[in-house]
Design a protein around this ligand. Structure first.
Ligand SMILES: Cc1ncc(COP(=O)(O)O)c(C=O)c1O
Length: 472
């Protein structure tokens, strides 16, 4: 068989990136540059291992990553091919910088399925307290107790930039970043600086109501786009655009869609980027729990694609340490937007909490956050699997769900119609809190709830799911 493509790869054995990921990324780069065309057959793992003088298992791992991320597909007996359904991205001008019911006892369980928050039993709170103590005890503490840039300390922004570049494939520097008090502030700032009365923002439905309120508060009108198992229906957005609807921005939770947890498929990711460039709308990407992904690695943000001309990327520490730790970041390839955001931030708040930024910086630099995340990912994966075991044990015939590949929640859909208001009251009587589906729908009826498992102990999870099952 003709195999014209040859992987050109300079493996860096000193790199912090595992070799199989270096290979996977080199292949992605070849697909994106067009060197490796859609439908092309890839060399067998044995052959590529020989060519690269590597262990075959390393190549198998790399291919598995690419299969799970949908860059490659397999065909029985024929081999592994470049996915031919991927739209081709046109390269644009990149103006980024360098880039109650009978029979149940009424006792209070105190279980909240609401938040999707991290578990306080494993969050690095002691380490954070230690970092604070060190800062306050240090001789040079006065240096960080004065006024800072409204965009956040340079050192912290540089650290976030290198994390984004190294771990999330972005091409940004400190000038592209404004540190905020959580993603909510980032959403507010960008809405006020980018939107004007009557502008249209396309949103996912079901979706995140606090974002909708923020856009409306800036005078925007919302265009609802339905969500299915592949995330936002980009085809539907496309039809709206083709019908002449002028969209200023698209708000998307591409990694783990809120509330349904699904990841936006690769095909739709690439189409969305293409549409953004064609119709000049900005993609506002809310990557609120990027770190907690249980496949090979988190998916690269849309905002990491060089071809994308207009993006605003929002991340947060809320899910890593605690929602009370108000640190998030707003990133854009448009420096004018960042400077406008800075000006607005200054009149609201002068600057962020530079002492907290310094403490978190210390945790990042000494490797505490990296070690914690490694532990937390396997902890939550285990909890996710345990939750699934309980869902199958107690609710198998009553609900449907898909295993989420990330995030700290399941999206479960009852098979029969539920009176959610009534159920909510019964659950509350037993000390169980849920968010009812009406909360997630934009002028539509939604039948599904988020079952967040992050903060709940295994025994409480079992109690909660058992009780839920008896009530529906
Ligand atoms: C979709 C979405 N975005 C962002 C956030 C986090 O917001 P913040 O960083 O302001 O705590 C959440 C929190 O639950 C969320 O669900």
């Amino acid at each position: 068989m003709l195999r014209p493509w040859k992987l050109q790869l300079d493996i860096k054995s000193q790199s912090k990136k595992a070799i199989y990921l270096q290979i996977a990324d080199a292949i992605i780069s070849d697909i994106r540059s067009g060197r490796l065309k859609e439908g092309t057959v890839l060399p067998g793992t044995r052959k590529l291992a020989e060519d690269l003088k590597l262990n075959r298992n390393t190549i198998v791992e790399a291919y598995n990553v690419l299969l799970s991320e949908e860059w490659l597909v397999t065909q029985d007996r024929k081999g592994t091919f470049v996915n031919s359904k991927l739209p081709i991205l046109q390269k644009g001008n990149i103006n980024s910088v360098s880039k109650d019911i009978g029979g149940l006892p009424k006792h209070t369980l105190n279980i909240s399925f609401e938040g999707g928050y991290p578990d306080r039993d494993i969050a690095p709170i002691n380490e954070l307290a230690r970092a604070y103590r060190q800062i306050f005890n240090s001789q040079s503490r006065w240096q960080i107790m004065g006024y800072e840039s409204e965009l956040g300390s340079n050192e912290f922004r540089n650290e976030i930039a290198s994390m984004l570049n190294f771990q999330r494939g972005m091409q940004v520097n400190d000038k592209n970043i404004c540190i905020t008090r959580g993603s909510q502030m980032a959403l507010y700032l960008v809405s006020q600086c980018m939107l004007k009365k009557g502008d249209i923002v396309a949103i996912e439905n079901p979706g995140y109501p606090l974002a909708w309120k923020t856009f409306k508060n800036a005078g925007a009108k919302l265009l609802s786009i339905e969500v299915d198992k592949q995330g936002m229906n980009v085809e539907s957005l496309k039809r709206n655009l083709e019908n002449g609807i002028k969209v200023k921005a698209v708000f998307v939770t591409s990694h783990h869609q809120f509330p349904t947890t699904v990841s936006l498929s690769l095909e739709r990711r690439l189409s969305l980027i293409q549409l953004s460039n064609q119709y000049s709308f900005t993609i506002i990407e809310d990557d609120y729990d990027h770190e907690f992904h249980f496949d090979y690695r988190p998916l690269l943000p849309l905002s990491s694609y060089k071809e994308l001309k207009n993006f605003v990327y929002i991340g947060t520490m809320s899910k890593i340490i605690s929602p009370a730790l108000r640190i998030g970041y707003l990133v854009s390839n448009h420096l004018k937007l960042i400077s406008k955001v800075g000006e607005l931030r200054k009149i609201i708040d002068i600057q962020g909490d530079s002492i907290m930024e310094q403490a978190v910086l210390q945790l990042i630099q000494e490797g505490t956050i990296r070690r914690y995340l490694k532990k937390a990912i396997s902890y939550y994966k285990n909890k996710r699997d345990f939750t699934e075991y309980l869902l199958n044990k107690y609710l198998k015939d009553k609900i449907t769900f898909d295993t989420p590949n990330g995030g700290l929640a399941y999206w479960i859909i009852p098979l029969k119609n539920i009176n959610w208001k009534e159920l909510d009251i019964h659950l509350q009587q037993r000390g169980i809190k849920i968010i009812t589906p009406d909360h997630y729908g934009y002028n539509t009826i939604v039948n599904g709830i988020r079952l967040s498992y992050g903060t709940i102990s295994k025994s409480q999870l079992e109690e909660g799911i058992k009780t839920f099952s008896k009530l529906i």
